[in-house]
Ligand binder design. Structure first.
Ligand code: FES
Length: 119
């Protein structure tokens, strides 16, 4: 069976897993701080950042795309009350989204080497 390496940057742990393993299946075992709730792609709680190797992860399903869109909208709604570009830039940095591809850990399968981190 083909294998892939996944590094969880927040805890600096790298594991080798069978291709097709979901991030959720390994993140809790290694102590990563990626949070979960529904585990079915509906709540968006498990959104994480892809640090490297986005091309080595499964393509997002329509469900994942819709949930990510909702999560982004909720985050942006939280920024609407901010009254300056500097405040919005600081919020983007705080929310750790700038320039990052985000995915859902309960939906994303590993097909090759990658590095992931909680938001
Ligand atoms: S845990 Fe709810 S979307 Fe992943």
């Amino acid at each position: 069976m083909a294998k892939a390496k996944v590094k969880f940057a927040d805890v600096n742990v790298t594991v080798t897993v069978p291709v097709g393993t979901r991030i959720i299946e390994i993140s809790e075992k290694v102590g990563s701080y990626i949070a979960y709730n529904c585990r079915e792609g509906d709540c968006g709680q498990c959104m994480f950042a892809v640090v490297e190797g986005a091309q080595n992860l499964s393509k997002p399903s329509e469900l994942e795309r819709a949930t990510l869109l909702q999560q982004y909208r909720e985050i942006i709604d939280g920024w609407r009350s901010l009254d300056s570009a500097e405040a919005i830039a600081a919020a983007m940095k705080r929310d750790n989204l700038g320039g990052r591809e985000c995915r859902l850990a309960c939906q994303t399968q590993v097909f090759g080497d990658s590095v992931v981190a909680p938001l």
